[in-house]
Design a protein around this ligand. Sequence first.
Ligand code: SF4
Length: 104
Amino acid sequence: MKKSCCKKNIMPDMFLVRVANYFHSIKALHSRANTYKTKTGRALLALSEIKARLNICVNCDKFTGNHCKECGCCTGAANSYFNKLAFPTEECPHPDGPKWGKII
Ligand code: SF4
């Protein structure tokens, strides 16, 4: 099974763990952003790709409405560095296996 960039099974209300997870994700994005940016002209996913991931999340038992209970990350429709779904380097951390995968 592929390993997620996020740590799994954290308590989402543990603020410091969520912050640490976020910086781990930013570091992973930064290390591979040039490759993706060269290919697409942008560092984050297109809105249509983010919405496709969000459509999967809204039907998931781990979705709270604005974040994932499994990893604590924010999951929404915004093309933003504060949205896990916009990161091409991220994948779903669901315990039954990823419901969506990394692009790079
Ligand atoms: S487990 Fe995956 S599909 Fe479910 S809310 Fe979290 S990121 Fe979305």
